[in-house]
Structures are given as C-alpha cells and as structure tokens.
Write a protein that binds this ligand. Structure first.
Ligand code: GDP
Length: 527
C-alpha cells in the first residue's frame, strides 16, 4: 500500500537534483554558480558568491587565509528552485591545494558538472576531481566555457576528454565560430540556433531552423562559418558517439555544452537540459543494504564538518546529506555511532553565505546541524535504525609533515587540537616507532596552513611543521611485519587505530617494498 508519506517522498525526490561543479581554478566556477542562482530567482544573492573572493565576506577568523589568498577554503551548499525543480549545488573549493573535504563533498552529490576553459582544456585539478566522480560512477555533464575568447578547436577538446579522462562525449550543441567571431551555438537536438549577443541577457535569441543547411544559418553565420559548422555537424553525426542515456547515467558518456558563463550565454539551455537528464537523489549503500530515498524512515550521513563559521559563536556545523525519509525540525534521531537519540533542533540550510532555519527537508537536501562536538565525518543518523552508510573513503595522503609544539607546556591543548582536527577529517595522524613522533598526512598544502592557523587561533598553540619527503602512504596488512625492512626511502608508522602504514618517498621505494614483502597487502586506505 502506498502511504501518504511515500507519495510525498516520491514527489519531493523526483523534483530534486544535487550536484557539484568540478573545475580547475579560474575556469569560471564562481561565475557559473552565480548565473545559475540568478536563474533560480535568488537575485539577492547576486554577487554574494563572487563576494567570497573579496575581503568583505570573510565571516570568520580562520577564514583569514581565505581572505589573504583570495580563495574559498571550505565548500558550502546553495539551494534554489527552477521550474518545478529544487536544485542543490555543492560548492567544492576551487583552489589548487584542495583537501579531502573536496573529495568528500563529492560523495554527497548525485552528479557533477565539469567546467572547462575552452583555451585550457582538461587541467590538473579537474583531472583529480574527475577521478573521484569516476570512482563513484556518477553522471558527468560538461560545460565548455569562455567561448567569447579564442580557444582550442572543439574536436581537439573532445579528444582530450577521451584521452586524458577516458570519457566519451556527446555535444548537445556546437559553437559557431569562436572568440571575436563567435556568433552562437547550434542546438543539435532542437535544431535551432541560439545567437550570442555579447552581454548579460537572460533571454537569448533563438531561431528555429531546418537542420544546419537551412538558408537562415548561412545568412546568420556567413558563408565561411556556415561551411565549417555544416562540416563539423556532419562529422559528429557520422563519426561521433550516439546519445545513450544509459551510458550518461553510468558516467561513461558526458553530454557537452558550449557557452560563456560571464555573458550568461548558454547557461539557461545548459540548466534546462541538465535538469532533464541528471539523476534525482540516488540510493546509498549501508550496512543494512541499499537505502532508497523513498524509504519512509529518515536517514542521512555527515560528509563534512566546518568549524567556526560564525566567530561570535565558535560553533561547528556538521553537514548532513539526507538519504531517505522526511526531515522535520525538532525530530529525534538515533546517532548510530554513539547509540543515543539526539534532537535536531536548529537545522540550517544554506543560501550562499546566508543561513536559514529549515523546517522540513527531503532526500538529496543538505542540512547543517549545529555541532557541540558530537559529530564526526562519516557519522550516520537514522530514525531508530542501525544504519551505517559507507560512502566515505579516506583518501591516501600525499603530503607529510612532522609536527611538534613550540611551547612544551601546552602539550594538553596541542593533543586536544590535533585530536579534534583529525576527527573533523582535516588531517590524518601517524606515529613513528621508537621516538613516537607525530607525522601528519594531508592531500593538499593548504590543509597545513589552515591547521597552523586554527591551532593558534582556536587552541592557543604554536606548532612547528617539518616537511617530510614522503609522497605515498599505504596501509599494510601483514602477519609478521618488520619495521626494520622500512629503512631506505621509507618508514613504517601506525595510524590512530594502530594499523601499520608505510610511508614512501617515491614510486620506486614503494615498488621495492612490495617486492621485499611478498606476503603483505598494500592498501590505499585503512583496512
Ligand atoms: P573560478 O576560479 O573557477 O571560480 O573562476 P571565476 O568564476 O572567478 O572566473 C575566473 C575569471 O574568468 C574571472 O575573471 C571571470 O570574469 C572570467 N570568466 C568567467 N567566465 C567567463 C567567460 O565566459 N568568458 C570570459 N571571457 N571570461 C570569463
């Protein structure tokens, strides 16, 4: 029997799209996000997204780093409504020194939008983030940006997607000219021209045509560009991949859109197609099997904890992705790890920098929970059930520093700080054999800088970080392990739970250690 609640859940889930934008710095993510929010009628937010880059929006003191470097250190969540859909955008930090936070945010998304600069193609950070999406098998939509500038040949870019990322593509539209000669795109599905005007118009000019060889196309594009467009489209039709929704949903084929975010060109078309094609909130795996979003009992997991969003309160916020059921303010849920019921009294939802109290929320939504120190990354909450979600892999750190304190009298605060920041998932801690030195592992340099800053401002401790030459960490499972075998260009340490971890200076050192320990298993994350 379908109950009232199931019906409500079906409707609410069908409406929702939760996604993250992945890109390399400067590709235009802030600009695109802002334009998307504008379409959603969230006009009061115009400039807010951008504002993060300016100094006036530094809302907390450890975000000083953000201010100084003009980057956004932590990701936030934005929500807007558009034509019957409720859209949740997860903002992943756009700087080079990203952290595990970035990776983890992707576990809360059901699809990703990959933003690429037409002149630069696939860049390093896009590649890393893409790999995480690939691992999760989520659909990826591509927006090729800055068509108003001279860029690379579109065919060359599609080839790069395939060669560098291993994903095939289906251009939904195709540019007519580029840079100064850019006159718009040809929509392959709708057989229409969308004309570029070069300024921020919400309503773009659209002309229906009868295929690319319609005389109107020639009239608008001119002889030369028309010939090129006609050849390109023929080539795509003949030699390109056919559109295949199943492959899109598996993340094997990416629908590609061309446009110019800053000129608001191609953004609306992109949004509308995206909302049609992108998946609604997906089920998640748990210890109790697959949990469907329409399951009536509420459940969700914490994928991120952010400290001190508001310096006046020194608060922490735990970000929860709702997996199933209906969330209501004030409801009691089970905190599975600690085995206690807790009341969700002051949940928040996020509109760029503004926070609103949320009364109800549904699967796919992200809510912020005030955290008096009871949450850890990966914690599951449920309406009375023993459900633990296993969505959050720990990523193998790539940068390592030995850490110590400048003032030995502050040992207690030091250990407390390190402990709490490890729980937040900001750093991983390892201990050496013998001297019991503490080595910290991170995936991005910025994590070390934020760590120093937060240890000083929140715990009153000045720390010393000494960079180590290691590049790789592997969790080692072996019956009889011998730390003595890890000497040259490597070291054996223990993680917080006492697991053995090998740190290696080079791929060569790692390989030779694998050869020397044939019975051992070398894992990229904790067993
Ligand atoms: P982010 O680092 O990815 O968030 O990039 P931003 O959104 O801050 O954009 C980086 C720069 O590219 C800014 O100066 C933008 O104005 C510019 N930009 C964004 N979109 C476009 C576009 O379509 N065309 C051009 N010419 N510039 C753009």
């Amino acid at each position: 029997m379908t109950t009232q609640l199931t019906k409500l859940l079906e409707t609410e889930v069908a409406k929702r799209r939760t996604f993250a934008i992945i890109s390399h710095p400067d590709a235009g993510k802030t600009t695109l996000t802002e334009k998307l929010l504008l379409f959603g009628g969230a006009i009061r937010l115009a400039g807010t997204v951008k504002g993060r880059k300016a100094s006036k929006h530094a809302t907390s003191d450890w975000m000083e780093i953000e201010k100084q470097r003009g980057i956004s250190v932590t990701s936030s969540v934005m929500q807007f409504d558009y034509e019957g859909h409720r859209v949740n955008i997860l903002d992943t930090p756009g700087h080079q020194d990203f952290s595990e936070d970035t990776y983890r945010t992707l576990t809360a998304a059901d699809s990703a939008v990959m933003l690429i600069d037409v002149a630069k193609g696939v860049e390093t950070q896009t590649k890393k983030l893409f790999q995480v999406c690939r691992m999760r098998g989520i659909p990826i939509f591509t927006f090729i940006n800055k068509l108003d500038r001279e860029g690379r040949d579109p065919f060359e870019l599609l080839e790069e997607l395939e060669e560098v990322l291993g994903i095939r593509s289906y251009p939904m539209n195709w540019p007519i000219g580029s840079g100064k000669q850019f006159c718009g795109v040809y929509d392959r599905g709708k057989s229409q021209l969308e004309l570029y005007q070069g300024d921020d118009h919400k309503d773009i000019q659209v002309r229906k045509v009868d295929g690319v060889d319609d005389p109107l196309v020639k009239q608008i594009a001119g002889e030369f560009l028309h010939k090129q467009l006609s050849q390109d489209i023929e080539l795509l039709d003949v030699a390109g991949d056919p559109f295949d929704m199943e492959k899109v949903l598996k993340g094997e084929l990416t629908p590609v859109f061309f446009g110019s975010a800053v000129n608001n060109f191609g953004v609306q078309t992109f949004l509308e197609n995206f909302l049609q094609l992108a998946p609604k909130p997906e089920p998640r795996n748990s210890t109790a099997g697959v949990i469907e979003p329409t399951k009536e009992k509420f459940s969700g997991y914490v994928f991120k904890i952010q400290a001190n969003m508001n310096p006046a309160h020194r608060d922490r916020v735990a970000f929860l992705r709702i997996v199933s059921g209906k969330f209501e303010r004030g409801m009691s849920v089970k905190h599975v790890r600690i085995g206690k019921d807790i009341k969700l009294a002051q949940p928040q939802q996020f509109l760029a920098q503004d926070r609103d109290i949320v009364e109800t929320a549904f699967p796919g939504d992200i809510i912020g929970l005030f955290d008096p120190g009871i949450f850890r990354i990966g914690d599951s909450l449920s309406e009375g059930e023993e459900i633990v979600f296993d969505e959050l892999p720990t990523f193998s750190p790539e940068l390592f520093s030995k850490v110590s304190i400048k003032n030995a009298l502050k040992q207690k605060q030091f250990l407390k700080g390190i402990d709490q920041l490890t729980e937040e998932g900001m750093i991983q801690v390892f201990t050496t054999f013998g001297f019991e030195d503490m080595i910290l592992g991170v995936v991005g340099q910025l994590q070390f800088e934020v760590l120093e800053h937060r240890m000083r401002s929140e715990y009153g401790v000045d720390i010393l970080l000494q960079r180590q030459n290691y590049q790789f960490a592997r969790w080692i499972v072996d019956e009889k392990i011998d730390p003595g075998k890890f000497r040259i260009n490597s070291q054996l340490v223990k993680d917080k739970k006492g697991n053995y971890v090998g740190l290696f200076e080079s791929e060569y050192a790692l390989r030779s250690s694998i050869e020397k320990n044939p019975t051992a298993k070398f894992l990229t994350s904790a067993p």
